[in-house]
Ligand binder design. Structure first.
Ligand code: SF4
Length: 238
């Protein structure tokens, strides 16, 4: 069995607890105009972006980092939307579980419930994005169905979940909706971050339009303080 990836990053420090191996799977169910990994959106191989790897080889890559996992780390499946390939990943997940390796999924939650149910079975951690919650914006800007996202939230183990919020003018406009959602679904922590333009070159290569508009530090800090009233919120740089 093979899966399609764009990169395997060793020694990752921002994709869950401890030192981790991050596997970037290719293919996403939505399309965020500010995506930092635009080469992961299409499931097709695009020039140098993307290759297929067998599960045996992927496991070897992951196990190279095993000594670092003593830091509380493990493997993070990111992307793209990692849950789109979860059925193909399942035998690897079983094997990692038997070796007691911590498994994290970074997901947008815009996926079929069946896929989330499989992930739930193996996950020690989830990083779940909150991008924007307005139904029309989710449809028009992300090409996503917010009802699917909200329904999937009900199936998440919040004790395993970190919410991650890219702070954009859209998320700031949805601030009240986001605060309401956090009140209802209190995660173990929240991470917020500002957009960066490090992916600009990749957008040029892919001939895609790039949305990049920085929010002010004052707005970022105000937002952090409001979220902090409900749960510990960190500003991160990724
Ligand atoms: S969900 Fe993540 S990988 Fe998919 S388009 Fe949005 S930012 Fe990119």
């Amino acid at each position: 069995m093979k899966v399609r990836v764009t990169d395997i990053q060793h020694f990752s420090l921002h994709d869950g607890p401890g030192i981790r191996t991050t596997v970037f799977l290719k293919g996403c169910s939505i399309s965020c105009p500010w995506c930092a990994n635009p080469e992961c959106i299409s499931s097709k191989i695009q020039g140098d972006f993307g290759y297929d790897i067998s599960l045996e080889k992927l496991e070897d890559e992951i196990l190279k980092d095993e000594p670092y996992y003593e830091t509380g780390g493990g493997v993070t499946f990111s992307g793209g939307e990692p849950l789109l390939q979860i059925k193909n990943l399942e035998s690897l997940l079983k094997s990692l579980k038997l070796k007691n390796i911590n498994i994290c999924f970074e997901t947008s939650l815009f996926v079929k419930k069946d896929y989330l149910n499989i992930a739930n079975f193996y996950a020690d951690e989830f990083i779940v994005d909150i991008k924007l919650l307005n139904k029309e914006n989710a449809k028009n800007i992300l090409n996503g169905n917010i009802d699917q996202y909200l329904d999937n939230l009900n199936s998440l183990d919040l004790n395993k979940t970190t919410f991650r919020i890219p702070v954009t003018e859209y998320s700031l406009n949805d601030e009240d909706l986001i605060l309401e959602l956090i009140k209802k679904y209190v995660p173990k922590k929240i991470e917020i971050f500002k957009l960066h333009n490090l992916a600009k070159k990749k957008y040029e290569i892919l001939n895609k339009e790039f949305y990049y508009k920085e929010v002010s530090d004052v707005n970022l800090i105000n937002f952090r303080d409001k979220l902090n009233e409900f749960v510990r919120t960190e500003i991160i740089e990724i």
